[in-house]
Design a protein. Structure first.
Length: 276
């Protein structure tokens, strides 16, 4: 009965999240103040409900819920909503909020309707340590940062297309400038790279202490190092002037595809990461 109630609770969150996105889209098309406010307050309700579930889960399990793919997806979605609300309140970048929440909604939907959602991670029943919590949390934080760089890259490409065609719309004034989009991409990457690197270092330390057998050539580890190399290379080429304007934005878009692949496929193929 409790599991059914919780399932309905998540379904309500998904429905409210979807309605919020519809209002954001209406606001995008018509610059509708009422739709914009309705979208934000519905999003705030979703955030409160997600935060309540997150807090209840922490109290029940007496740990931070990031030890399985099911928990990690939910935390990632919650983190994206947190970032979008901060952007909405502090920086007033409406379209970044919309695109960020599209990603968050996709992950929340996966979390709610995926067949593995009620499975418990083997790690959660055995090797639990603060080091492991920090390792996983930092990894998810880095993914959220890379999602931000992806959103600003999409916005950059949209603004660039409008400027090139010189077809102004009433929505154009609400887009960030090319400079703001570029700075958003760079700031997100500057944040995500060290977070992922710290996560890898802590994860390696945890594996050395807690596991009898493990290899640095695990697909998840290789994928994470690959992400650091890709994003670092993109930043280096941009700073050296070899990757400018459109190319920098497209590089961010393609780099984020590797983040998604590493998030799901890397976890599935890993020999000792138990996000299954």
């Amino acid at each position: 009965m409790a599991e059914l109630t919780m399932a309905r609770f998540h379904e309500v969150i998904v429905v409210l999240y979807a309605v919020s996105l519809v209002f954001y889209f209406i606001d995008y098309l018509n610059k509708d103040t009422i739709a914009h406010r309705s979208a934000f307050w519905l999003l705030a309700v979703v955030y409160v409900m997600q935060s309540g579930f997150l807090l209840a889960h922490i109290v029940e399990t007496k740990r931070f819920p990031v030890l399985s793919l099911f928990e990690g997806i939910f935390f990632f979605s919650w983190l994206l909503i947190t970032l979008s609300i901060i952007l909405h309140i502090v920086y007033k970048v409406g379209f970044a909020v919309f695109f960020l929440n599209v990603i968050g909604f996709i992950f929340m939907t996966i979390h709610t309707f995926a067949p593995f959602q009620l499975e418990q991670s083997p790690v959660g029943e055995s090797l639990i340590s603060e080091l492991l919590f920090i390792h996983i949390s930092f990894a998810i934080l880095s993914y959220a940062a890379f999602a931000m760089s992806f959103v600003f890259a999409i916005l950059y490409l949209l603004v660039y297309k409008v400027l090139k065609k010189k077809k102004w719309t009433k929505q154009f004034a609400r887009f960030p400038s090319l400079h703001q989009s570029t700075m958003g991409m760079k700031a997100a990457m500057y944040t995500g790279i060290p977070l992922l690197l710290i996560s890898l270092i802590l994860g390696t330390q945890w594996a050395t202490v807690a596991l009898e057998e493990w290899t640095i050539f695990d697909i998840k580890i290789i994928g994470s190092f690959f992400l650091i190399i890709v994003y670092s290379l993109v930043l280096f080429l941009q700073k050296s002037g070899k990757l400018t304007a459109n190319d920098f934005a497209w590089a961010n878009v393609f780099a984020f595809l590797f983040v998604i692949i590493n998030f799901f496929l890397g976890s599935k193929l890993s020999q000792f990461h138990f996000w299954i």
